[in-house]
Design a protein around this ligand. Structure first.
Ligand SMILES: [Fe+2]
Length: 381
């Protein structure tokens, strides 16, 4: 994140103690070795204390027929399940990204999760809850993005159904550098402001002893750490690396006299991808403007859309929870009849998340179960 946050009690100076009888265990939690964003975390217990580590296999496999096609997945076809870390359904992946959904309902395993390889952005499609992390709690609700840096130990707490679209990235998921001025502040004219971000609130550190399992996600398997002290034992922390949330309601979409291209909708970025948000907005104000998107060839990106709510004007057969991928090499755009239908429309209430990936995305075997096989023909009528 771009600004400094402090929670709880920290020593007056880093790498020192204030009270010799209460020396805390300082952990540097940082990306890009010691050169990237970081926070300093003060534990009551030794963060390295693990009684044993076991492994648990995961199953994620690419399709054997992974031909490049425009595809549509109806995630309403997946069942709900209780554990957020075992029930993540990856639909598409490349060497950097994993894109998919989780649909949660029922009593969660009382376990902790930590993604060893990927930064994560969760988009809350339906429901609400609390992200409990070692740096504190963040309440989340529908239309929130929740960013979680890799290495964060956390739990997700919720009641009722919780539907999440997620993007995991081995590269850091950050604020687009072009949104920041040379002083590191968000520039005027960007779709959001520092005030819009919600950061963790740290409560009392836990001194609980017992049996605690942390599922550390290494993509193809979990390393299950067994601990005898609760890992949420942090008395204080400060720095620039922490989970945060932002709601799409607080964002200000950029509109213009003529159709605006997807980069104006950018929300987060990595080196080889961007995540954008299509927000409720007024359409273009030229008297003869065509509000709907033009046909386009993304000659070096694959484009994924998660349709959350509203009226998805350019797409037939799409429903809330749908995911489409429009691939490089094949042209895509409005379906027959939708250009004419869009003329004179003044605005949209749609909310959709877009991911543009420079490296080709491969569909998983799991995605085949919920694929709308007629989608490629939806332009042929
Ligand atoms: Fe597109």
């Amino acid at each position: 994140m771009v600004y400094y946050v402090k929670q709880g009690i920290v020593p007056e100076s880093r790498h020192t103690y204030d009270d010799r009888g209460k020396v805390r265990r300082e952990e540097l939690f940082g990306e890009e070795s010691f050169d990237g964003p970081y926070s300093l975390i003060y534990h009551i217990n030794e963060p390295t204390r693990v009684s044993s580590v076991q492994s648990e296999k995961k199953y994620e496999s690419m399709r054997k027929d992974s031909v490049m096609l425009h595809r549509h997945f109806r995630t309403s076809g997946f069942e709900y399940s209780p554990d957020h870390f075992r029930s993540r359904q990856v639909l598409l992946f490349n060497s950097t990204l994993k894109i998919g959904v989780m649909k949660l309902k029922g009593k969660q395993c009382d376990c902790f999760y930590r993604n060893a390889l990927h930064d994560e952005v969760l988009f809350i499609h339906k429901g609400n809850g609390i992200l409990h992390s070692m740096l504190g709690d963040i309440k989340f609700r529908q239309n929130d993005y929740v960013y979680i840096p890799k290495g964060t130990t956390y739990k997700i707490d919720h009641e009722g159904e919780l539907d999440i679209f997620f993007v995991q990235s081995k590269e850091r998921i950050g604020i687009p550098p072009r949104y920041l001025n040379v002083y590191g502040q968000l520039k005027e004219g960007t779709p959001y402001y520092e005030r819009d971000f919600r950061t963790p609130v740290l409560g009392k550190p836990s001194t609980e002893r017992g049996e605690f399992n942390v599922y550390v996600d290494y993509s193809s398997y979990f390393a299950v750490e067994k601990r005898d002290e609760n890992p949420f034992d942090v008395e204080g922390w400060d720095g620039h690396l922490y989970p945060y949330a932002i709601n799409t309601d607080t964002m200000a979409p950029i509109v213009g006299k003529l159709h605006q291209p997807p980069p104006v909708h950018e929300t987060f970025s990595g080196k080889t991808f961007m995540i954008g948000t299509f927000l409720p907005r007024k359409f273009d104000f030229h008297p003869r403007s065509i509000p709907i998107s033009y046909y386009h060839s993304n000659v070096d990106t694959d484009e994924v859309l998660f349709y959350s709510s509203g009226n998805f004007m350019s797409r037939k057969g799409i429903e809330p929870g749908s995911v489409t991928i429009h691939v490089r090499g094949l042209i895509h755009g409005p379906q027959p009849g939708s250009v004419e239908k869009s003329l004179g429309k003044e605005g949209t209430d749609e909310i959709a998340v877009m991911v543009e990936a420079y490296e080709p995305l491969i569909p998983t075997e799991k995605s085949e179960e919920i694929e709308d096989k007629g989608y490629m023909k939806s332009w042929y009528s």
